[in-house]
Design a protein around this ligand. Structure first.
Ligand code: FAD
Length: 314
């Protein structure tokens, strides 16, 4: 990197969703200098309400993040808007470049909390309804559509499990089979046994609130469409640092493998939230952030104590 100037901090947290904000709070409360850089695209930003969030049930995701950010700032955490585009090790520190600006950050440790992108099946009308009437998670939105007409867009093998979970919440569930989403014999038996209908006409668009236009021209009226996104972890920075992602056995998608504290295989780098746990919801992601923040502080404490004692790094 060719920085013209740089600023030093103990830790850079990249991403200010629940994981990054919680990590920054734990670090700032340990009197660490911490800078959080955020590109402003938290995963749940299209949803009006966040559910299953202890103590903040039903608040908007953005309000929860804003409240968490205020808490972290009150302890001295610094927040910067922008996207980290470059990161590399420079001796004992990491150089972190934001938005191609010439000045950069130099930090001793890094916490990656960059989350994931939900890649939706290709179907006209899905994207603009995502998080409102197009849903994926029964724990985030299921209660709100209980008893309603739910269409599950089957694009892969997980669709049966999703349909059964939503069947717990409504007795009006229809699986619409897309190419690649045909239920196997056991799935078909399970769905039939609990009264889930299976429609073999491929959906061509979402219309109105959540109605599905089918290939034969008919309209399947529904109140919610359930989809199975591809959970695409934002792992580019980890790879820039020399890390290799691991394919998750359940989702088939790469993620950053960590120890229980969030420590990755790259020295000095931790990960928290959806980058390490694709199924983690808000509270789990925040918990992973606190763990990572505490672990990084502990690592710095030991590094400095060993240096003060004239001992080599552990
Ligand atoms: C539609 C929807 C609704 C949901 N509803 C709920 C719910 O009701 N309850 C619940 O518990 N969970 C819900 N979730 C799950 C929830 O969104 C995630 O658990 C949570 O957002 C994960 O937090 P995170 O901090 O790991 O990532 P995120 O919240 O996604 O935050 C990551 C942040 O990192 C930033 N970033 C990424 N790359 C960079 C970079 N290079 N430089 C700087 N910043 C970067 C992004 O812009 C983003 O702001 C929902 C998810 C979706 C998709």
């Amino acid at each position: 990197m060719n920085a013209t100037s740089y600023t030093t901090h103990d830790v850079a947290v990249i991403g200010a969703g629940p994981a990054g904000i919680a990590a920054a709070t734990a670090l700032a409360r340990s009197l660490r200098t911490v800078v959080v850089i955020d590109a402003g695209e938290p995963r749940n930003r299209s949803a009006a309400h966040a559910r299953n969030v202890l103590g903040s049930e039903g608040l908007s995701p953005l309000a929860i993040n804003a409240r968490g950010r205020e808490d972290a700032q009150a302890y001295g955490a610094e927040f910067r808007e922008g996207r980290v585009t470059r990161i590399e090790r420079m001796g004992e520190r990491f150089a972190v470049g934001v938005d191609g600006e010439p000045d950069e950050l130099r930090v001793r440790r890094v916490i990656l909390a960059t989350g994931l992108v939900d890649v939706l099946p290709e179907l006209p009308g899905l994207d603009e309804r995502w998080g409102r009437t197009v849903l994926h998670c029964p724990y985030c939105h299921g209660y709100e559509v209980r008893g309603q007409r739910i269409a599950v867009l089957a694009t892969g093998p997980n669709a049966t499990h999703q349909a059964l979970l939503f069947r717990q919440l409504s007795d009006d569930v229809t699986v619409v089979v897309q190419p690649g989403g045909e239920p196997d014999a056991e799935s078909a038996t399970l769905l039939a046994a609990v009264g889930v209908r299976v429609v073999d006409a491929v959906a061509t668009a979402v219309e109105g609130g959540a109605d599905l236009r089918l290939g034969d021209g008919s309209l399947l009226e529904a109140d919610a469409v359930v989809v199975g996104p591809r959970f695409t972890v934002r792992g580019e920075l980890f790879e820039q640092l020399g890390g290799s992602m691991v394919v998750h056995p359940m989702t088939g998608m790469p993620f950053i493998d960590v120890d229980p504290t969030g420590r990755t295989g790259v020295e000095g780098v931790w990960a928290a939230g959806n980058v390490r746990d694709q199924a983690g919801q808000v509270v789990a992601s925040a918990a992973q952030g606190v763990l990572a923040g505490a672990a990084v502080n502990g690592d710095l404490v030991m590094t400095d104590a060993r240096a003060a004692a004239g001992l080599s790094a552990a």
